[in-house]
Design a protein around this ligand. Sequence first.
Ligand code: KIV
Length: 273
Amino acid sequence: MSTNTIDKPKKVTTATVRKMKAEGRKIAMLTAYDYTTARLVDAGGVDMILVGDSATNVMAGNETTLPMTLEEMIYHCRCVVRGVERALVVADMPFGSYQVSAEQGVANAIRVIKESGVQAVKMEGGREICPTVGRITAAGIPVCGHLGLTPQSVNQFGGYGVRAKDEAEAARLLGDAHALEEAGCFALVLEKIPAALAAKVASELSIPVIGIGAGAGVDGQVLVVTDMLGMNDGFRPKFLRLYADLAPVITSAIGRYCDDVREGAFPGPSEQY
Ligand code: KIV
């Protein structure tokens, strides 16, 4: 047997994360959009990597996630997949790539899987997307749902505030969560909703529930990697914990490089041929 086989970490699958929930083990998930970051995130030990449509905010500077195209998503997914050995990689289905019909959704999900090599897709929405979830899972593609603050609906919501604070919206979200599980979702992301509601969803569903701004009573957590590494200067929502403060580290390193170049201090004698 080659040592490669021995050294390779065991790939996380949808079965792995279901088992983690059943055993009460929390799931760690982060976003990644490029090869270099994906390698670091995977080496850090996350269980799942989301190639979020937040890529269009983080990598392209767009204000909302709405401009992300399917081609751009496939490109980012390919870059991430090349850098990942262990984590389960999930691609966000961009706005407009699945809302028109179940046929459109299944055709585009097949493209994402076939052309990028990710293992699953994620879609925003409740019972209205269940027929599409059913068609995609019937095609053999695992689907992760996404409820609560669904950024593709920002214009309908009128902002990025906490969702499901009132009883009617909370009851609707709970019903949507059950409908998504019944339609075949293997996991569900809950974004920016009250912690008590998120905990109720997680306790009622048998699939893993991953939270972002949804408290500690869920089965796992996801954050945008550049946010938790402190690269997104000034973005400090209540739910975010900074695990590093890289923006000042990076700008200071670049400042020192500029000084060295301008003073003729770089390259030195040992840094040339
Ligand atoms: O696009 C994204 O990064 C997401 C997470 C915030 C869940 O959907």
